[in-house]
Design a protein around this ligand. Structure first.
Ligand SMILES: Nc1ncnc2c1ncn2[C@@H]1O[C@H](COP(=O)(O)OP(=O)(O)OP(=O)(O)O)[C@@H](O)[C@H]1O
Ligand SMILES: [Mg+2]
Length: 519
């Protein structure tokens, strides 16, 4: 094995991949297959074959991009098919993989598509969806980068609104201008009084009189304003002014929904006509009285819009889709044609869907509202239970485009014991966190966990096998009373041991009628 895990041993450690931690465009490229698997291990128990396969596929995509043009086109992308029953981690693996890589990811049910020309979605829409996801992803990354500066500016803007220094036309983000700078034109602050023109605060006479000592009245006034501003800033930061009303200027976007309805609504309009029209209409602004809390949201949005170059975001997003995009095609087995069975009606369209998929998976250009996208390097991960149909029932050409098949194993008691507690987002961890705000410690003993796993596994055997999803239903049933009775029950510590589990679940698990509806 040439992959040297020592090269960047902790490369992926610091950022929790769960926290939307795209590691930048290069994150993916720097992860070796082993590192990818190690990251996936934090969330998915077992399924080593599948993890290995996706890790290799991901790395191969990067490797392929390094190969010189001529040969590169000869190397097929490592698209794969994950085969396995429900609830064993197929979607989870793909989703985690994408997050880990900061890659745009969409999950689509293949059965939702219809052949071009039929009613329904055409397959190209998945690429358009992917681009939308990428644009949002890149935009929120950019927002993260400029957020702190934007927030500072918004604070100044809010202070301007709370305590106008100058005619309020300036809008947010210009508060830095010192009060003296434009001291000449501050009509709202001045009133004409008996002693000539005086600043309003001065007229109240709190600190009046000293105005002449060294500094001009105007400077003193400016100083006072600055001081007030700092006081307000403190109140603002302490969250004491959230309900205060301020006037903000908001852009009014004319609602087009009503106008478009007669044209059959906006459903399925891919080039987002509405947005285009809205951009074309003249913008009207309007003064609105809102709370500080809402003004902050409005100003922040405006500030971010100003700071983020959307053209650049779109460019990056398109690159990101082409180089790192991942499409998860669920229920691929549902678009196979059943062998032997009298092929009729819907089957024709199913095969049509497969045929439509071909060029996209193979590599072609798809027009999106942000521009053309080449699909050559997009990684396609198909998944299906393949209970009835087999991968060999897919169109031969399509089979060729999904050269890698991996079977996921069904999960049993042993895996459940681990799934309950080991993943970063394990159910046990989730519920412990959920009751913590009530001041309660939820403790699961080993035998309690084992008992839970045993009951879940047994239910999967005797009823439908829904894989790890069974743990959810079992856990919610188990803890229902506890969750309901808190905080009144006044318990500080809840011990979930085998007895606790049996007491609560055994009767339900044994009663066929009950368990059908509850577990
Ligand atoms: N191997 C596993 N390790 C940890 N958690 C798992 C595992 N398999 C499934 N889960 C949990 O069960 C849930 C369902 O899994 P997932 O969505 O991956 O199922 P699936 O295999 O895609 O099933 P389906 O065919 O129904 O789509 C996940 O959210 C995850 O929390
Ligand atoms: Mg799934």
């Amino acid at each position: 094995m040439s992959a040297d895990p020592r090269e960047a041993p902790d490369r992926v450690e610091p950022g929790d991949p769960d926290e939307g931690a795209p590691e930048g465009e290069d994150g993916l490229d720097e992860l070796t297959p082993r590192q990818i698997v190690r990251e996936l291990d934090k969330y998915i128990i077992g399924q080593d074959e599948a993890k290995k396969a996706v890790a290799i596929a991901l790395r191969n995509r990067w490797r392929r991009r390094q190969v010189e043009d001529e040969l590169r086109d000869e190397i097929l992308p490592n698209n794969l098919i994950l085969i396995g029953p429900t609830g064993v981690g197929k979607t989870e693996i793909a989703r985690r993989l994408a997050r880990l890589a900061g890659a745009p990811f969409v999950k689509i049910e293949a059965s939702k598509f219809t052949e071009v020309g039929y009613v329904g979605r055409d397959v190209e829409s998945m690429i358009r969806d992917l681009v939308d996801v990428a644009v949002n992803l890149v935009r929120s990354e950019r927002e993260g980068e400029v957020e702190s500066v934007a927030e500072e500016r918004v604070e100044e803007g809010l202070l301007d609104l709370l305590l106008p220094l100058k005619p309020s036309k300036g809008g947010p983000g210009h508060g830095e201008a010192g009060p003296e700078e434009e001291g000449g034109d501050r009509p709202p602050v001045f009133i004409a009084g008996p002693g000539g023109v005086k600043a309003r605060s001065g007229a109240r006479g709190e600190e009046g009189g000293e105005g002449g000592a060294g500094s001009s009245p105007r400077e003193a006034d400016a100083e006072r304003l600055a001081r007030t501003r700092e006081k307000l800033r403190k109140l603002l930061r302490d969250g004491k002014l959230e309900d205060r009303e301020v006037e903000v200027e908001v852009e009014q976007t004319a609602s087009l929904d009503g106008m478009m309805a007669p044209m059959g609504g906006m459903e399925g309009m891919d080039f987002n006509f509405t947005e285009m029209l809205q951009d074309m209409l003249p913008k009207r602004t309007k003064q609105r009285s809102v709370s500080v809390a809402e003004a902050r949201r409005i100003l922040l949005q405006e500030e971010l819009d100003r700071m983020i170059d959307m053209d650049e975001v779109i460019n990056d997003a398109l690159d990101r889709v082409e180089d790192t995009g991942i499409v998860f095609l669920d229920e691929i087995d549902k678009v196979t044609r059943e062998r032997g069975g009298g092929a009729s009606g819907p089957d024709v369209s199913r095969e049509g869907v497969q045929r439509d998929l071909l060029p996209i998976v193979e590599g072609s250009n798809v027009q999106t509202r942000y521009g053309m996208v080449r699909t050559d390097h997009i990684l396609f991960i198909a998944a299906g239970a393949f209970h009835v149909a087999k991968p060999s029932d897919l169109l031969p050409e399509l089979q060729g485009r999904f050269p890698i098949r991996v079977e996921l194993s069904s999960l049993g008691e042993k895996e459940f014991v681990r799934i309950l507690q080991e993943p970063k987002n394990a159910l046990v961890t989730q519920y412990r966190a959920l009751v913590a705000p009530e001041g309660v410690e939820l403790e699961f003993t080993d035998d309690g966990i084992r008992e839970l796993a045993r009951i879940a596994a047994r239910l999967n055997e005797s009823m439908e096998n829904i894989g790890a999803r069974r743990l959810q239903t079992v856990m919610t049933t188990l803890l229902e009373d506890v969750l309901y009775q808190l905080p009144e029950s006044g318990e500080g510590h809840v011990l979930v041991d085998a007895r606790f589990v049996r007491e609560r679940l055994d009767s339900i698990a044994k009663d066929e009628d009950l368990r059908r509806y509850i577990l």
